[in-house]
Design a protein around this ligand. Structure first.
Ligand code: C2E
Ligand code: CA
Ligand code: CA
Ligand code: CA
Length: 278
């Protein structure tokens, strides 16, 4: 196919065709992967900085693709959302995260919660609360050890979100506001909503040590969270300098490569479980 001249458009349509073809293949693969349970969860420790203790983990999905290897969610979450496969994917993730955490608790692992990311479609599915209750009862995990990560953009319909969040929190589930500061935050909603924790987005952390605007924003979020009686955690901590600034501002929970990348379940056990002194 010619690249230039009046046939230029042909090149692009061939390219577009290839992109669509690849998408369709990936969609078919994802469908199969869900049937065959090829999705795996990695867990990133959340660390209390004072004593470097693991106080929770965030479950992050990976796709163990037979040919392409371990795929990151960036490659397939939006595809899953566009094709509706996100419901099945989301349920598998919730189930596995709860099952794994219950197994860890049973085995004497740290009694900490597991945080699970919800997509907007999942959050708005009519039977979400029932499904989560069922997963909790099937896996045996007590609701207080499940934390759901939602984003501000999911709460555009304030009344609906308020109802869903109330049902979840009345059942004892924790709610965490992910990517905080990047969406359309409305402080008036925030104070009405039952939210336990705010996660400061990585984009404010990245240049924290060199950018005084970011420092001011982070400090404001921390103060706001404290005044609204919410926990606060910073994500994407990669350096000691970032950590020191957060400590100065009394933000004592962090998540990031500085302490640990997301790990397989086995690696979490090996690196973060205290060996029993039997
Ligand atoms: P997120 O919820 O904001 O998750 C944090 C992302 O930042 C993760 O990427 C994590 O590996 C990465 N990260 C953690 N610490 C650091 C750090 O210090 N530096 C840098 N550069 N990155 C760090 P990951 O695992 O690729 O996930 C990407 C996004 O995919 C997540 O962003 C979340 O929005 C979505 N996602 C992941 N798992 C699920 C899931 O089970 N369901 C849904 N709906 N979405 C998911
Ligand atoms: Ca998250
Ligand atoms: Ca996040
Ligand atoms: Ca994010």
């Amino acid at each position: 196919v010619k690249k230039n001249g009046k046939n230029g458009h042909q090149f692009y349509s061939v390219e577009l065709y290839a992109v669509l073809q690849e998408r369709m293949e990936l969609e078919a693969d994802l469908r199969k992967a869900l049937e065959r349970k090829e999705l795996v969860l990695y867990y990133q420790p959340q660390i209390r900085t004072g004593d470097v203790h693991m106080v929770g983990v965030e479950a992050l999905v990976r796709w163990n693709h037979p040919v392409r290897g371990l795929l990151s969610p960036d490659v397939f979450i939006s595809l899953a959302e566009e094709t509706g496969l996100i419901m099945e994917l989301g349920n598998q993730v919730l189930y596995e995260a709860c099952r794994q955490m219950h197994e860890w608790h049973q085995a004497g692992g740290p009694l900490v919660p597991v945080a699970v990311n919800l997509s907007s479609q999942q959050f708005h599915q009519p039977n979400l609360v029932e499904q989560i209750k069922q997963i909790l009862s099937e896996t045996g995990l007590s609701p207080q050890y499940l934390e759901l990560e939602i984003t501000e953009s999911m709460m555009m319909d304030a009344k609906l979100s308020f109802d869903i969040l109330n049902q979840l929190t009345e059942h004892g589930i924790r709610i965490s506001l992910d990517d905080f500061g990047t969406g359309y935050s409305s402080f008036s909603y925030l104070k009405m909503f039952p939210i336990h924790k705010v996660k400061i987005d990585r984009s404010f952390i990245q240049d924290l040590a060199v950018n005084s605007n970011d420092k001011a924003i982070v400090s404001t979020i921390i103060t706001m969270a404290r005044q609204l009686n919410m926990d606060v955690i910073a994500e994407g901590i990669e350096t000691r300098a970032q950590l020191d600034i957060l400590a100065e501002q009394d933000c004592n929970e962090v998540q990031g490569y500085f302490y640990s990348r997301p790990l397989s379940a086995i690696d979490v056990e090996q690196q973060f479980f205290v060996p029993s002194r039997a």
